[in-house]
Structure formats: structure tokens, C-alpha cells
Design a protein around this ligand. Structure first.
Ligand SMILES: NC(=O)c1ccc[n+]([C@@H]2O[C@H](COP(=O)([O-])OP(=O)(O)OC[C@H]3O[C@@H](n4cnc5c(N)ncnc54)[C@H](O)[C@@H]3O)[C@@H](O)[C@H]2O)c1
Ligand SMILES: O=C/C=C/C=C(\O)C(=O)O
Length: 497
């Protein structure tokens, strides 16, 4: 076991916080996990900062192309045996991984909160989802049956699937373990091997996960974890000719870069889950108190740092003033900074969110709640929930993903206008529709350019359903059989009878 892993494991949130605060002088050094072991690392490192204090607590390897190549080679070597390991055995190991995460839920949640800035309660929910990711795919593979049929001319045809090979799994910083395990679990369940790379800003939970893999008896090389930035680490990983598929979640610009970097390799599977600038539509027949609560949760959960957050709220004009007044009151009472609202992930991200608020102020937007945060934060990177009205539809504040605790509210007059405002954006990830009219629910939902539409709810997730975005929000879907299609390849076998 790695020395660092021993220091950070099996502790509660207070002990983790104490260790993080002490670690400024002697930071925790994370290590890559390759071929079932932790690697000695002497190369350049990236500081990992606690967004709630602004203090560095860990050093993350910025792995070179060589280190990536070693991890990819380990995954390649493990593939022949793992891909032929019976599903029942793979399933068993996945369940063991889930059990071990569950046994250490508090430790995982504590580090996730310290590393990402999110409130501890939010972190706990996400760690539970990471467990579910393993349990769900552990069950899925036991019950999945390929289709077989007899054609008219008496030919038996059936679908035979094979695991694709070595995968690159790359995730962002907003829901670190939740999103990385959403890739790792199906990858190993369907018999692939891989190299996972979490965001360089939030690597701690993936490091703890490597310890779980060791303890669960996942064979060496099946899943390797390398740490580092997009360049050199992530880029070297996706470009490796040994890598047969990439499952990526992150920003649209990075997704486009990955597409360019892999364009020559036609057979490489690409699954890209990218950014969102999601609309929430409030119709006058909605239950207003419920609508206010849902729009607030969709806007401000995880400080607005969820790709599915509803940051553009459109309200029918006759109820606009009433909604804004109730919404401001509810958000100021329920979304307190330091309680339900965490710190944003980094100083650079603080400045990015702030720059949109400076722009909104310049354009004459009305700050119904919140303000432009100070230029140089003392300590943590805290931004108050901010509600803007009077922003033009052509403003970058309305068009670009801010990924922070900021929403705009604008009026509409008719249902068609609401739909066209919602669709007037390059992104198409998610949308929320708030109405009590059953016919409208379907009429509106089915016209929205969004991969996920939630009617009178938000972030309801069934792991079997397709998850992903339309337009610039991505390529492909994941979840249940959609993940199977990402991680396997299919041949149709024809047997004349
Ligand atoms: N659609 C979804 O499911 C979803 C979920 C969460 C976050 N997101 C999006 O992620 C973004 C925020 O996350 P972020 O800032 O970490 O995104 P990002 O694109 O900057 O980074 C994501 C990951 O890609 C890596 N990376 C960067 N450049 C790379 C390259 N050239 N090749 C390979 N890997 C590279 C990073 O190191 C990181 O691990 C937002 O746009 C958000 O909407 C989307
Ligand atoms: O920030 C983005 C959240 C993505 C969520 C999922 O990928 C999921 O719930 O499976």
C-alpha cells in the first residue's frame, strides 16, 4: 500500500480536514496506480487546493507520455484474460468494489468535499451514486442477452458482442468520483480494460479508488489510474494507438480537441459528454411554490457546477414578477454560502465566473440577488448565489456556460416562444419544464433540443436510460445498453439451417 494512501484512508471528515490543513507544509503526494501497484513518482507535480480555504493540501503527478504509455501497456496486457473472465466473476468484483466504497463512504465524501469545494452532504450523495454505478453494471451484465432470430429463408442470425479493448476514461472536476465511476464501472463490467484520468484539480477520490481496486482483487492492469493535466497526460492517453475507445466528460472545447486528435483512427469509439446551458421553462399553470423550489435546485445545486444545471430560466410574462419575487426569497433563505452552497473549484474558475458577472453589470443587468464578487478573495473561493434579470438573449451571459451559482431569468409570452428561446443555444444537454398541463408536458418536451428533459423534476436518474446531449453537448449516449454499445463491438453471425 502507498504511504500516502495509508495516511488518507479510514479517517472521518474532521480528521481529513485536519490533515488537509496541516498538509500545506508537507503536502500529500498522490501516485499513479499502474498494473496493480502504486508507482514511485519524481516528475513535475500540480498543486491540489482546498477551494474552501485556498490552501494547497496535495501534489498531483503531472504524468508524462512515458507514464501514460506504461499504463496503457498494462491495460493492453490485462485485456486478453479479463475479456474472457466469466461475467459472473467480473460482476462479483464490481459488487466488492461497491461494498468497499460503501464501507469508506465518509472518508470518500470528506476528501471529495475538501478537494472540490462542495458541501459534505452533497459529496455523500455523489459517493452513493458512485457505489450504484458499480452495482448497476454488476447486475446488467448478468441479465443482458443478445438478440437471435430466424429469418424467412431459414437462416439463424444472432448478435455476438466482444469487449472493444483498452479505453481512455477522462472526467472533469465537478462530480469527481460520480463521473469517473460512471465510466470505469461499465468499462470493466463489459470486459474492457483501461486507463482512467480524473481532472488534475480533483484527483483525491480516484486515488482512494485505486486502493479499493487493490483490496477488491481487481486483477493488475485491468484498471489503471494516471494523474495529470490535459496536456500532456490526457492528450497522450486519447492519442495512443493502443487505445480503442475514449469515454470523455468535460468541456465542449476539449471534446472537440479530442475529436480532432483521434479523427484518423476511424475505429476508435468516441463517447463525448460535454457542456450545457440548460433552460428551465416556467408556465403559468405550474405549481408556483414547487416550481420555485425545483428551479432553485436545478440552478444552484453543487454551486451551479453540474453540467445539467438550469442556468437560463424563462417564465411566462403574466407570472414573471411573482416568480422572481418568490424565487429570490427562496434562494436567499435556502441556499446559504458555506451551507448548501460550496466554494467554486479554483481561483481560475472564480475569476471566470466573476468575469461573466462584471460583463452582466456592464450590460446593465439587474442583480435581483448577489453581486460582483471581490477581485481577490481572501481565503476560499466563495460566490453568492446570483440571480440576474434584464439580460439580453444575445449576451454571452445568456449564451455561454458559466458553470457557477449564477442564473438569468427572462420572460416569454407564448409556448412557441418559450420553445424557441430554449432551443436558441448551441448546447442541447438538458431542460426542465414546469407545468401542470399534461398535453403541454409532452408537446413541449418533445420539441426541446435536449438529450434529457425533466418535467416537474430535475436530475432524476435511471441508470438504464440514455444519458447524453444533443448539438454541441456531445456525441453518443451512455447508460444501460447505450454503455454496452460504447464498450463493446458487435458482429452478426449468420447460420443457414
Ligand atoms: N455532459 C456531461 O455529462 C458533463 C458532466 C460534467 C461536466 N461537464 C462539462 O465539463 C466542463 C467542466 O469541466 P472541466 O473544466 O474539468 O472540463 P475540461 O474539458 O477542461 O477537462 C475535462 C477533463 O479533460 C482533460 N483534458 C483537458 N484537455 C485535454 C486534451 N486535450 N485531451 C484529453 N484530455 C484533456 C482534463 O484534464 C480533465 O480531466 C463543463 O463544460 C461541464 O459542462 C459535462
Ligand atoms: O455534471 C454533469 C453531470 C453528469 C451526470 C451524469 O453523467 C450522470 O448522472 O450519469
Amino acid at each position: 500500500m502507498s504511504n500516502t494512501l495509508e495516511r488518507v484512508s479510514n479517517i472521518d471528515s474532521e480528521q481529513a480536514l485536519e490533515l488537509a490543513n496541516k498538509s500545506e507544509i508537507n503536502p500529500l503526494l498522490l501516485q499513479n496506480y499502474v498494473n496493480g501497484g502504486f508507482c514511485r513518482y519524481l516528475g513535475p507535480c500540480i498543486d491540489s487546493v482546498n477551494p474552501q480555504t485556498g490552501k494547497t493540501f496535495a501534489q498531483v503527478p503531472n504524468s508524462s507520455e512515458d507514464e501514460v504509455a506504461k499504463a496503457v501497456a498494462a491495460a493492453k496486457q490485462a485485456f486478453p484474460l479479463w475479456s474472457k473472465t466469466p461475467k459472473s466473476q467480473r460482476s462479483c468484483i464490481l459488487n466488492r468494489i461497491a461494498d468497499l466504497i460503501a464501507a469508506r463512504r465518509e472518508t470518500f465524501a470528506a476528501w471529495e468535499s475538501i478537494d472540490q469545494g462542495k458541501p459534505l452532504a452533497r459529496a455523500r450523495v455523489e459517493i452513493e451514486r458512485a457505489e450504484s454505478n458499480f452495482r448497476y453494471f454488476a447486475g446488467y451484465i448478468l441479465h443482458d442477452e443478445g438478440a437471435a432470430r430466424m429469418t424467412d429463408d431459414n437462416c439463424l442470425t444472432y448478435e455476438h458482442r466482444s469487449p472493444l479493448g483498452v479505453f481512455a476514461l477522462i472526467s472533469p472536476w465537478n462530480m469527481p468520483l460520480y463521473l469517473l465511476t460512471w465510466k470505469i464501472a461499465p468499462c470493466i463490467a463489459f470486459g474492457c480494460t483501461g486507463v482512467a484520468k480524473p481532472s488534475e484539480m480533483t484527483s483525491m477520490s480516484a486515488f482512494l479508488l485505486a486502493g479499493v481496486f487493490q483490496e477488491a482483487g481487481l486483477p493488475p492492469g485491468v484498471m489503471n489510474i494516471v494523474f495529470g493535466a490535459g496536456l500532456p497526460t490526457g492528450s497522450a492517453l486519447v492519442r495512443s494507438p493502443i487505445v480503442r475507445g475514449v469515454s470523455f466528460t468535460g468541456g465542449t472545447a476539449t471534446g472537440l480537441q479530442i475529436r480532432k486528435d483521434t479523427i484518423e483512427d476511424i475505429g476508435k469509439h468516441l463517447s463525448l459528454e460535454l457542456g450545457g446551458k440548460n433552460p428551465t421553462l416556467v408556465f403559468p399553470d405550474a405549481d408556483m411554490q414547487e416550481a420555485v423550489k425545483l428551479a432553485a435546485t436545478a440552478g444552484f445545486e453543487n454551486q451551479g457546477e453540474i453540467c445539467l444545471c438550469g442556468s437560463r430560466i424563462y417564465v411566462e410574462r403574466t407570472v414573471f414578477d411573482d416568480f422572481v419575487q418568490k424565487f429570490v426569497a427562496y434562494v436567499s433563505a435556502s441556499y446559504k454560502v458555506g451551507e448548501r452552497v460550496g466554494a467554486v473549484v479554483s481561483l481560475a474558475h472564480y475569476h471566470k465566473v466573476r468575469s461573466y458577472l462584471v460583463q452582466a453589470e456592464k450590460e446593465g443587468a439587474h442583480f435581483a440577488l448577489g453581486e460582483v464578487p471581490v477581485e481577490t478573495p481572501a481565503g476560499g473561493y466563495w460566490i453568492k448565489p446570483t440571480i440576474l434579470t434584464g439580460v439580453s438573449t444575445s449576451s454571452v451571459v445568456m449564451r455561454e456556460e458559466i458553470f457557477g451559482p449564477v442564473v438569468t431569468i427572462a420572460p416569454f409570452d407564448a409556448e412557441e416562444e418559450a420553445i424557441s428561446l430554449a432551443n436558441d443555444n448551441p448546447n442541447g444537454l438538458a431542460a426542465v419544464v414546469l407545468t401542470r398541463d399534461g398535453a403541454r408536458m409532452r408537446r413541449v418536451a418533445e420539441q426541446l433540443e435536449a438529450g434529457l428533459v425533466w418535467v416537474n423534476c430535475w436530475l432524476v436518474r435511471q441508470l438504464a436510460t440514455p444519458f447524453g446531449g444533443m448539438k454541441s453537448s456531445g456525441t453518443g449516449r451512455e447508460g444501460g445498453s447505450y454503455s454496452r454499445d460504447v464498450f463493446t463491438t458487435v458482429r452478426t453471425v449468420h447460420l443457414p439451417m
